[in-house]
Write a protein of this length. Structure first.
Length: 155
């Protein structure tokens, strides 16, 4: 792409190009993550414009998918995180996470405070792992949140 085109590419366009290349190549997010040298969930969040990569990771991603430097440059820009619409997302899978927070949020808060004290779980020093657990009654989705506990400062 020319430098004129580079100035027009957005995170959304980069996501579109990456997803199209992923489809054409017939690869999974896990395979892209392996090529990049990062965790599947983190790499996927970068692809969807919610995180940024270092130059080496971004170059590995575009090389693996056969994309240009303009996409690698976008992947290195700090995005506007959490930039989804303010309304609760209607997609059933994403909505379930909202529902889980509505039903179990106060319970999780109470248990965390009981175990750790007054504070929060970091969303910066944080990892997510998603796995599949086979079960004869129906496969299970296993999601692990792993965040550093940050106590509130007393002053």
């Amino acid at each position: 792409m020319s430098s004129e085109t580079l100035s027009c590419i957005t995170h959304e366009k980069a996501t579109e190009l990456i997803l199209q290349a992923k489809k054409e190549k017939g690869v999974t997010f896990a395979e892209i993550a392996e090529a990049v040298g990062g965790h599947e969930v983190w790499v996927t969040s970068v692809i969807f414009g919610q995180n940024s990569m270092l130059e080496d990771n971004a170059k590995a991603l575009v090389e693996f998918l056969g994309l240009g430097d303009e996409v690698a440059e976008i992947l290195q820009i700090c995005p506007l995180k959490g930039s989804l619409d303010d309304a609760v997302v209607a997609d059933p899978l994403i909505y379930r996470f909202h529902e889980i927070t509505q039903v179990y949020g106060t319970t999780m808060k109470a248990v965390i405070h009981e175990k750790f004290g007054d504070g929060i779980m970091s969303a910066i020093d944080f990892e997510i792992d998603i796995s599949k657990k086979e079960d004869p009654k129906g496969d299970r989705v296993v999601i692990t949140y792993d965040g550093k506990f940050l106590p509130y400062r007393k002053w």
